[in-house]
Ligand binder design. Structure first.
Ligand SMILES: Cc1cc2nc3c(=O)[nH]c(=O)nc-3n(C[C@H](O)[C@H](O)[C@H](O)COP(=O)(O)OP(=O)(O)OC[C@H]3O[C@@H](n4cnc5c(N)ncnc54)[C@H](O)[C@@H]3O)c2cc1C
Length: 429
């Protein structure tokens, strides 16, 4: 079977891996160079314990309340655009406890499948610093810890480890953390890796398996007939045919779906990350500062800090106050970083960039998370094209659901039984 995959982010690459394993003739079409999507500079956490979907009670209210706080970590840009209104109404309708209960098991199954496949198929073949030492959710306020403990019991009910840690236990595990932390939950089954290294090494492995990767190949339209895609046309005019097509275009998916006569209610959720090169990255485990909603990942020789979820149409502007919010929050938890030369330099540069209303800063990366209307990815057959599979909408967990999504796509494409139930991920739901 000839398969064309549109989008060379982590999801498109994963689909290519498992389609090639099934013996398909696979070509990936990527409008950039594989290094400019959302998959490159993210935090690299595989938090298989993150089973609460983004559409959860209180999320939209928080977004609306925080609209007026320039440094808040979650933000929805007010707009009367039909796409935002439709997404917002559906997101709100799904932000219920019932939806959380419904989503937790399928999310857990998909992330557990991803972990198992990643450890078996990818980690041994690449130097990506895969580390299995869990994730710490560090809390400063009792109320935050209390909320986290509720999530911990849901995670435990799904068979995963969620260990409550006292302040003393946190400080014993992470001596660099400020002593005013009140406790933490340690999700021991979580792992992390270096996403830049993953995205840099995976294409060569795919090519070695016979996958063709076309860079600077932007898909501009489809030719369809009788509920089927016959061919697609690239921006340069080239026409390409295949038996099956996979839509894996992340935050670009709504426009791509429209071209194919499909509809997806998905919004881009912009997030920022910055990396400090330092011989001692201070932390021994990846952590999320729950009160400040800032994530941190230590690797050999560096520490990455990231945060914010700006729900807005894709744009190239930088919200400097939110970036400064991340840089201010980190030394609050890691006091050893106050006065750190690399951090000070980064802060100075970011302050200057903010004052001069710059549109970029060399040490700052951002990406657009593809946020679905209900916090679950779309994985499966498209409703209006019998030979189009969708693999998108993974929001803040695209790496964590990568190999699992790729495996499911390959199984569906080849008419095989699927490894886990997929009804919750059905496109068109
Ligand atoms: C700050 C931040 C931190 C994050 N941390 C984590 C984390 O710790 N763990 C985790 O699991 N996830 C994390 N994520 C989320 C994760 O990065 C995304 O879920 C994931 O990258 C989405 O992958 P994707 O392949 O769907 O999309 P992308 O990586 O965006 O890939 C889509 C690709 O499609 C291409 N494309 C679009 N239109 C066309 C077209 N017309 N023709 C051809 N190609 C096209 C684009 O150029 C792009 O390369 C984070 C995200 C952010 C922003």
């Amino acid at each position: 079977m000839r398969a064309l995959i549109i989008g060379g982010g982590i999801i498109g690459l994963s689909a290519a891996w498992y389609l090639a394993e099934e013996g398909c003739d696979v070509t990936i079409l990527e409008k950039g160079d594989l290094l400019d999507g959302c998959s490159f500079g993210n935090m690299g956490h595989l938090p298989i314990s993150h089973v609460v979907p983004l559409a959860a009670p209180g999320m939209l209210e928080k977004g609306i309340r925080w609209m007026f706080n320039s440094s808040s970590p979650f933000y929805i840009k007010p707009s009367l655009r039909p796409s935002l209104l439709r997404w917002g109404i559906r997101f709100l309708a799904n932000s219920t406890q019932k939806h959380v209960q419904y989503s937790a098991k399928p999310l857990a199954e998909l992330m557990q499948l991803t972990k198992q496949l990643l450890l078996a198929d990818w980690s041994p073949k690449m130097n990506i610093q895969t580390t299995q030492n869990g994730l710490l959710m560090l809390c400063k306020k009792e109320a935050t810890l209390h909320e986290e403990l509720e999530t911990a019991s849901l995670v435990r009910s799904l068979g995963m480890q969620a260990i409550e840690l006292s302040k003393e236990e946190v400080l014993a595990m992470e001596p660099a953390v400020r002593p005013d932390v009140c406790g933490a939950v340690w999700y021991k089954d979580d792992l992390h890796l270096q996403p830049n290294a993953l995205m840099a090494q995976l294409p060569a492995l795919l090519e070695a398996r016979g996958v063709k990767i076309l860079r600077n190949a932007e898909v501009a339209s489809f030719d369809r007939s009788k509920g089927k895609i016959l061919s697609l046309r690239l921006k340069n005019g080239e026409i390409m045919q295949a038996d099956g097509f996979v839509l894996a275009t992340g935050s670009w998916s709504p426009a791509m779906a429209r071209m194919a006569g499909e509809r997806i209610d998905l919004m881009p959720g912009k997030g920022y990350a910055m990396t400090l090169d330092m011989s001692d990255p201070q932390l021994r485990h990846p952590a999320i500062l729950v009160d400040a909603k800032v994530a941190m990942t230590p690797w050999a020789g560096s520490l990455r800090m990231g945060s914010t979820m700006e729900i807005a149409p894709m744009n190239e502007s930088v919200h400097w106050a939110r970036v400064q919010g991340i840089l201010d929050a980190v030394p609050e938890f890691l006091p050893g970083l106050a006065g750190n030369m690399a951090l000070d330099q980064l802060k100075k540069g970011i302050d200057q960039a903010a004052r001069s209303h710059a549109v970029a800063y060399p040490g700052l990366w951002y990406g657009f998370r593809p946020v679905s209307h209900d916090g679950l990815p779309y994985i499966g057959w498209a409703p209006h094209n019998s030979n189009l599979l969708m693999a998108t909408g993974h929001a803040m967990l695209g790496v964590s659901m990568s190999t699992g999504t790729g495996k499911l796509i390959a199984e569906m494409a080849c008419g095989k039984p699927v490894s886990i139930p997929v009804e919750a991920f059905r496109p068109g739901r």
